[in-house]
Write a protein that binds this ligand. Structure first.
Ligand code: BGP
Length: 472
C-alpha cells in the first residue's frame, strides 16, 4: 500500500542500539567472572580474533555510555553475562559482577537511556556445559535461578527483558555457535532436544518474571528471516511455508502460544529428530507468556520446491542469513531483486515491512527490533572520521519501511540496530564492523581502543532529535 501521509514515531519510541556481552565487554576473567563456552573455545574462524578483550567495554563503559548519551540514544540493549553474576552457572553469586551491571544500569538511567536486558546471548557458563549444557534439564533450573537473581537485583530499574537471543540460530547453526559437537542425525536429535528444554526454561523464566516484577515486560528475541517463495509455482509456496515454519514460526509459536507449529513438528517427525514432549511440558509452555516479540532482522530468504539432489540445493556457501537447502524440503535461491552486502547477505528493506506485518498478523503482540544493521569494512580515514554513508543508507531504507509498517497499523516499541559500538562479529571477527562508534583496534593488534563516532551516529542523532533523516 502507498500512503500520502505516514504515521509519526511516538514520543516513547525506543530509539536504541544493541550489543551482546561476549562480543563487546572483554574482561573475560575480570573480578571473579567465570568462563563461558565462548571463553573456553579453542578455535575461531580462520583469521579472526577471540573475545577476550573485544571492545573492552567492561573497563570503558562510562565513556561508552557518555557517547551513547551524546548520540541521544533513548535505549541500549545489552546482555548480562551469566558468568559474571554466577561464575559457574548455578553456584555462588559474584558481588563484583552484580555491581558491574548496577553501575552500567545506573550510568544509563542517569543519561536518560532505557536499559533493555538480554538474559542470554550464546554465552552459556562453561561449568554448565560440562554437565551437559542445555541438554541437561538442570540447566533450565539454573537459568530460572539466574533470572531470579537478576530480577531481584535490577528489577526496580529495568522494564524490558529479553529471554534468549536467537535460539533458532543456536539450533540451525549449532555446530558453528557451539551448541553441540555431535554431527549428523545424532547431532540434530541432540539439538532439538536442547531446543525443547530451552523453551521450557524460557517459559518458566517469563512466568517467574511476571510473578516477581508485575510491571516488567519480557519477550523472546529470535532471528527472523521471512521466507519468500521463488515464484507463484504452488511447489515454491509449499516450500516457503515449510521453511518459514522450521526456521521462524517454530520458535515464536512455542514462545507465544506454547505449542509446536504443525509443519515444524511434521518436519521433526519426518527427520526422526522430534524431542519427547510430555503433558507436563505442554502445561509449562503455556504458563509463560511474552509481553512483546523482539526480533533480529538482517535479510529475507527465498526458496523453491525441493527438486534436485543434495549437490544442487544451493549455489552459495551458507551461514545464518544464507540458506543452503535441504533434500525433500526446499531449494535455496538467490533473490534476483536484492543486492548483497560485502559478506553476501541480501539487503531487503521492504522485506522488513513484510516481516513486521507477518509477525503482527500472527502474534498481535508489540514488536521490538533488537538487531538490524550492516556489517562492513569501515575505515578510519586520515581526517579522523569514519565515512560510513553506506550504513546511513542501509539504516535509512530500513527505517523508512519500519515507518510504513507503523502506518500499516503494526505496533512497534522501538528500534535497536546492531550495534551501538564496534565489537567482535560472530562469524567474521573485528574486521566486520557494525557500530555507530568506531573502536580503534585490529583483528589481533589492540592498538589504543580509542572511540570515534562514525558519520552514521551523527545521522542517527539528528533523526532521534529532529525527526529528519528519512527523506529521500
Ligand atoms: C546475530 C547475533 C549477533 C551478531 C549478529 C551479526 O546473529 O545475535 O550476536 O553477531 O548476528 O552477525 P555476524 O557477527 O556474524 O555478522
Amino acid at each position: 500500500m502507498h500512503y500520502s501521509e505516514l504515521k509519526p514515531f511516538g514520543p516513547d519510541f525506543l530509539w536504541g542500539a544493541s550489543t551482546s556481552a561476549y562480543q563487546v565487554e572483554g574482561g573475560w576473567d575480570a573480578d571473579g567472572k567465570g568462563p563461558s563456552v565462548i571463553d573456553v573455545r579453542t578455535s575461531y574462524p580462520e583469521g579472526t580474533s577471540d573475545y577476550k578483550v573485544a571492545a573492552d567495554h567492561y573497563h570503558r563503559f562510562r565513556e561508552d555510555v557518555a557517547m551513547m548519551a551524546d548520540m541521544k540514544l533513548r535505549a541500549y540493549r545489552f546482555c548480562i553475562a551469566w558468568t559474571r553474576i554466577i561464575p559457574d552457572g548455578d553456584g555462588e553469586v559474584n558481588p563484583a559482577g552484580v555491581k558491574f551491571y548496577h553501575d552500567l544500569i545506573d550510568e544509563l538511567l542517569a543519561a536518560g537511556i532505557e536499559p533493555i536486558i538480554t538474559m542470554y546471548h550464546f554465552d552459556l557458563p562453561a561449568a554448565l556445559d560440562e554437565k551437559g549444557g542445555w541438554g541437561n534439564p538442570a540447566t533450565a533450573d539454573a537459568f530460572v535461578r539466574f533470572g531470579e537473581v537478576i530480577f531481584a537485583e535490577y528489577g526496580s530499574k529495568v522494564t524490558y527483558w529479553l529471554t534468549i537471543n536467537e535460539q533458532n540460530m543456536m539450533i540451525l547453526y549449532g555446530n558453528a555457535i557451539g551448541t553441540t559437537t555431535l554431527t549428523g542425525d545424532e547431532g540434530m536429535r541432540d539439538l532439538y532436544r536442547q531446543n525443547h528444554l530451552m523453551f521450557l526454561a524460557q517459559a518458566r523464566v517469563m512466568a517467574r518474571c511476571h510473578e516477581l516484577l508485575p510491571s516488567a515486560k519480557i519477550g523472546p528475541a529470535p532471528n527472523i528471516s521471512l521466507v519468500y517463495p521463488n515464484s507463484c509455482a504452488p511447489e515454491d509456496i509449499l516450500a516457503a511455508a515449510d521453511w518459514n515454519a522450521v526456521r521462524n514460526w517454530l520458535y515464536l509459536d512455542l514462545a507465544v502460544f506454547g505449542r509446536y507449529h504443525h509443519l515444524a513438528w511434521a518436519y521433526l517427525v519426518k527427520k526422526g529428530w522430534a524431542p519427547e514432549v510430555t503433558e507436563e511440558d505442554l502445561a509449562i509452555l503455556k504458563s509463560g507468556k511474552p509481553d512483546f516479540v523482539a526480533f533480529n532482522y538482517y535479510a529475507t530468504q527465498t526458496v523453491a520446491g525441493p527438486t534436485g539432489t543434495a549437490a544442487d540445493l544451493s549455489n552459495r556457501p551458507g551461514d545464518q542469513q544464507i540458506v543452503q537447502g535441504e533434500v525433500g524440503i526446499y531449494r535455496a535461491m538467490k533473490n534476483p531483486h536484492l543486492p548483497t552486502n560485502a559478506f553476501g547477505w541480501e539487503i531487503d528493506p521492504v522485506g522488513f515491512r513484510n516481516e513486521f506485518n507477518a509477525l503482527w498478523d500472527r502474534y498481535h503482540l508489540p514488536l521490538l527490533v533488537t538487531e538490524n544493521g550492516l556489517g562492513a569494512f569501515d575505515e578510519l580515514t586520515p581526517d579522523g572520521k569514519v565515512h560510513d554513508d553506506y550504513r546511513i543508507d542501509y539504516l535509512k531504507r530500513h527505517l523508512q519501511q519500519l515507518q510504513l509498517a507503523l502506518t500499516d497499523g503494526v505496533e512497534i516499541l522501538g528500534y535497536c540496530p546492531w550495534s551501538a559500538i564496534d565489537l567482535v562479529s560472530t562469524h567474521q571477527g573485528v574486521k566486520k564492523r557494525y557500530g555507530f562508534i568506531h573502536v580503534n583496534r585490529d583483528e589481533f593488534d589492540l592498538l589504543d581502543l580509542k572511540r570515534t563516532r562514525k558519520e552514521s551516529s551523527y545521522w542517527y542523532e539528528r533523526l532521534i532529535t529532529t525527526g529528519h533523516g528519512l527523506e529521500d
